[in-house]
Write a protein that binds this ligand. Structure first.
Ligand code: NAP
Length: 464
């Protein structure tokens, strides 16, 4: 490891290190980063989604450290975590990230530096602020932070209502460059949240995108506004969003009904307290609820409805938590109760949804589009994490240099919960300061998803 990074990692563990120590720390000229390349965007042309292998397009290489603009913050990334949008980037879907970066780089001179022939991926991370631009007021070197993905133009009028409506809103590390899969990352100050100090760096890094997105979908006034006693059908209940949906529903007095594809995944979500689980095994390319002509398969949908009612005592879902897309959307609309809500933030199995509209209009249901979260929603989510009301669902941790393997797992759906990376932090156990709260939340809960052996106390390195 480079001497400067080793020193940074040591400094981040020291309680006596001052802001000045971080501000004056000499930084290297280059950094290690996980990238995709502009001249390889045709790599997967003609292949179906499941035939594409992200390991072919990913590079782990040395790139120059980015320059810090007036409204930017340079964070030394101790750890990061994988999201499905990173898989989209690595497969150049729905279109190459370079297209979005081109757009981003044109609307402000500060953004021009993003337009490079490589794209550093990564939307979630945790680390220490090492440099701040002259216009930054909220953060200072030495601050320990979690990184929050959406980045907007703070001068857009829409931001003052809900920044998600900003036409210039971009997902950092997906639609912008200098993401979190590197030794250092460049962010705006409205992308930072205080690190929960009872968690390790990699645990903290694994939560932001999925937790904030789920908060907006289920809790916020911009989402489904779940009430006590609501039945919530959760697709992909063992995945990144799903495991946080279970937590929010249980915390808010709702009744989660999880859908997963295997008994192993069912056992895990039951351990989280989601007692009602439906196992629907699935093969890639299979549309369970649509026939080969793209019409809804009503018999399959009625079967699902019956399975849900069996678990809920005859009730239909008040809310359907959707992100799985084309394969499931027809069923989601049909099974929601009259007046119920289908809240969606994604389309893993395809964007062009098909559903029988009679199920929507005749029983006055609502479809709510949701995307990421605004900064206020993110701060509320971080508060809940910081108080120990939400726990990480990290299952495996990889050194960033070996991260391509994690991309492959997420792409194939062989993972559970979240997959994390160690960037600068040499050991997984690093980052904890509040041992009392950690003990209160419970090691068993915090490490519930770990798949590299029995739950181990923090302090032992367990890099998978
Ligand atoms: P994830 O960890 O891969 O979890 C998704 C789960 O969905 C999988 O574990 C899988 O579980 C299930 N699934 C996938 N395809 C399915 C299908 N055809 N039918 C039924 N279940 C299926 O991913 P994630 O982090 O939860 O993200 C999920 C989606 O939301 C992605 O498309 C992502 O891009 C999107 N997203 C959007 C936002 C936003 O702000 N708009 C934020 C976060 C994520 P089983 O194997 O058990 O079926």
């Amino acid at each position: 490891m480079k001497a400067a990074l080793k020193h940074l990692a040591e400094l981040s563990e020291s309680k006596s290190a001052s802001s000045e120590d971080f501000a004056h720390l000499p930084l290297p000229d280059t950094m290690s980063a996980m990238t995709v390349h502009r001249d390889e965007t045709d790599l997967f042309r003609g292949l179906a989604f499941h035939e594409k292998d992200p390991r072919r397009s990913l590079h782990y290489e040395e790139v120059p450290l980015p320059e810090v603009g007036p409204n930017e913050v340079l964070v030394a990334v101790m750890a990061s975590a994988l999201n499905f949008n990173n898989v989209w980037s690595s497969l150049f879907e729905p279109s190459p990230g370079f297209n979005y970066i081109g757009e981003y780089s044109r609307y402000s001179p500060v953004n021009a530096k993003h337009n490079l022939d490589y794209h550093i991926l990564g939307t979630d991370g945790a680390g220490v602020v090492v440099r701040t631009g002259t216009a930054v007021t909220r953060w200072k070197p030495g601050d320990r932070v979690m990184i929050f993905g959406p980045t907007c133009d703070v001068s857009s009028p829409e931001v003052f209502d809900d920044e998600i409506r900003d036409p210039h809103l971009m997902a950092y590390g997906f639609e912008t460059n200098f993401g979190s899969f590197a030794d250092f990352t460049l962010v705006r100050e409205h992308q930072l949240l205080p690190k929960p100090e009872h968690l390790t760096w990699v645990e903290a890094a694994s939560m932001t995108l999925v937790a904030t997105t789920t908060y907006r979908m289920l809790v916020s006034r911009n989402g489904a506004q779940m009430s006590q006693g609501d039945n919530v059908l959760i697709w992909g209940a063992s995945g990144g969003l799903g495991t946080f949906a279970i937590q929010f529903v249980l915390n808010g007095g709702g009744i989660p009904v999880g859908v997963v594809s295997s008994e192993e995944k069912a056992a895990m979500v039951r351990k989280m307290g989601c007692e009602r689980v439906i196992v629907l095994p699935r093969d890639h390319g299979e549309d369970r609820f649509l026939d080969e002509n793209g019409h809804t398969k009503n018999r399959q949908i009625l079967r699902l409805k019956a399975q849900i009612r069996k678990l809920t005592g005859g009730e239909d879902p008040d809310i359907v938590f959707e992100h799985t897309g084309r394969s499931t959307f027809a069923a989601s609309v049909a099974v929601a109760r009259p007046g119920g809500k289908i809240v969606t933030c994604g389309s893993t199995s395809g964007y062009d949804h098909v559903f029988d509209n009679r199920y929507l209009w005749q029983t006055v249901k609502h479809i709510i589009g949701s995307h990421a979260a605004n900064y206020y929603e993110a701060v509320q989510t971080a508060r809940l994490i910081g108080k120990g009301f939400l726990y990480p669902t990290l299952s495996r941790v990889f050194p960033l240099a070996e991260g391509a393997e994690a991309f492959s797992m997420l792409h194939k759906g062989t993972h559970m919960g979240k997959l994390g990376f160690l960037n600068i932090a040499p050991e997984e156990s690093m980052g904890i300061r509040d041992h009392e709260l950690r003990e209160k939340v419970g090691e068993e809960k915090i490490r519930l998803f770990r798949r590299d052996g029995e739950p181990r106390p923090a302090g032992q390195c367990a890099v998978a």
